[in-house]
Write a protein that binds this ligand. Structure first.
Ligand SMILES: *[C@@H]1O[C@H](CO)[C@@H](O)[C@H](O)[C@H]1NC(C)=O
Ligand SMILES: *[C@@H]1O[C@H](CO)[C@@H](O)[C@H](O)[C@H]1NC(C)=O
Ligand SMILES: *[C@@H]1O[C@H](CO)[C@@H](O)[C@H](O)[C@H]1NC(C)=O
Length: 311
């Protein structure tokens, strides 16, 4: 299954790259169309993060494969789930900063290391408060994952359960230019003591429904979601993102879902999501996307393991 999806992605990537190698991913016509549509629930603009980035380069950043085909597993929401919730409000000192994967398909590593950082802090009531290293996943988690060429979040969670990750400052990010880098396993770049932080073994769950995703976030903190990225999404600046079926597909992306709510301006239900395209993209590095209609596939194939408080 992974292999056939990967193959299809490679073919798509090759076709698109041959068609549009020098095209700017920021398309003023798309931006104008979104902003001039009175019914649009979101706004677009030239995100500085993507100035000078071609469509081919943007596609190579989309490094996530869905782990399974779409399923229809539904879980009934427990009555305790509120109609809106934000991890940044609930656990204000445990949600770690927006990072930047740069020119590398490592979203799977960023979303997983970030969600685990948050979950460890939440589970330990702030006692374990570290920003973990996405680089350790990019360079060392080669069991089914492929560094800057992409990965599957569930496999990254398994790595975090079995091996754990050092901190970001111990093992800083060096793959921003698309080079995976050799795995370093016993020393820290900042000369601190090498320590691995693990997720709790055999706790990984995959959600295929809105209710399941809400339950997991509400109980234990942010989780890793997966979505398709279309070209117009690159220019997102605010509001609830809705894909209307026009802009071309760039690829699969993994992100960290932090909460949900209903937008008073558009009336749409949304997920609040942290991206890994730096703090200048979107809403200070975050975005809202429509919830409940499987927009871009975001309502299924979300995953997380629990934080282990015994390190
Ligand atoms: C999608 O949006 C584009 C740009 O605003 C518009 O031209 C197009 O008609 C829309 N398509 C649908 C199916 O709504
Ligand atoms: C975790 O560390 C960050 C950065 O040093 C700090 O802002 C935050 O308050 C800390 N959180 C807790 C729960 O101590
Ligand atoms: C990418 O960056 C790494 C670390 O900074 C460096 O070792 C490597 O040579 C660079 N690779 C390319 C292709 O520029």
């Amino acid at each position: 299954m992974y292999k056939s999806i990967l193959f299809v992605s490679i073919v798509l990537l090759a076709v698109a790259a041959s068609l549009s190698v020098n095209d700017d991913v920021l398309d003023d016509n798309l931006i104008r169309e979104v902003n001039s549509n009175p019914h649009s629930s979101w706004k677009a603009g030239r995100n500085p993060r993507f100035e000078g980035v071609s469509i081919g380069q943007a596609m190579s950043m989309m490094g996530t494969r869905k782990s399974v085909g779409k399923t229809s597993i539904k879980e009934k929401a427990s009555s305790s789930i509120p109609s809106s919730f934000d991890s940044r409000v609930q656990w204000p000192n445990c949600i770690h900063p927006v990072l930047n994967q740069e020119q590398c398909g490592s979203c799977w590593a960023f979303s997983t290391s970030e969600a685990l950082s948050d979950r460890l802090c939440i589970a330990s009531n702030g006692q374990i408060n570290v920003t973990l290293s996405p680089q350790a996943l990019v360079s060392c988690d080669t069991y089914g994952n492929e560094g800057c060429n992409g990965g599957v979040p569930q496999l990254a969670w398994e790595y975090c359960e079995l091996h754990g990750l050092p901190t970001y400052s111990c093992y800083p990010y060096t793959s921003g230019n698309g080079t995976d880098g050799d795995c370093i396993k016993d020393s820290c770049a900042d000369n601190s003591q090498y320590q691995l932080f693990k997720a709790k073994e055999f706790t990984m769950k995959t959600c295929d429904s809105v209710e399941c995703i809400q339950e997991l976030i509400y109980a234990n903190g942010p989780i890793v979601g997966t979505m398709e990225v279309y070209q117009d999404f690159i220019s997102y600046t605010s509001g609830v993102y809705v894909y209307n079926g026009t802009a071309p597909l760039l690829g699969g992306h993994a992100i960290k879902i932090v909460g949900w709510g209903t937008d008073s301006a558009s009336g749409l239900d949304y997920w609040a999501v942290q991206n890994s395209w730096g703090p200048t993209w979107g809403l200070n590095g975050f975005f809202w996307i429509q919830r409940g209609v499987d927009m871009c596939g975001i309502d299924h194939d979300a995953s997380a393991s629990q934080g282990n408080t015994k390190q």
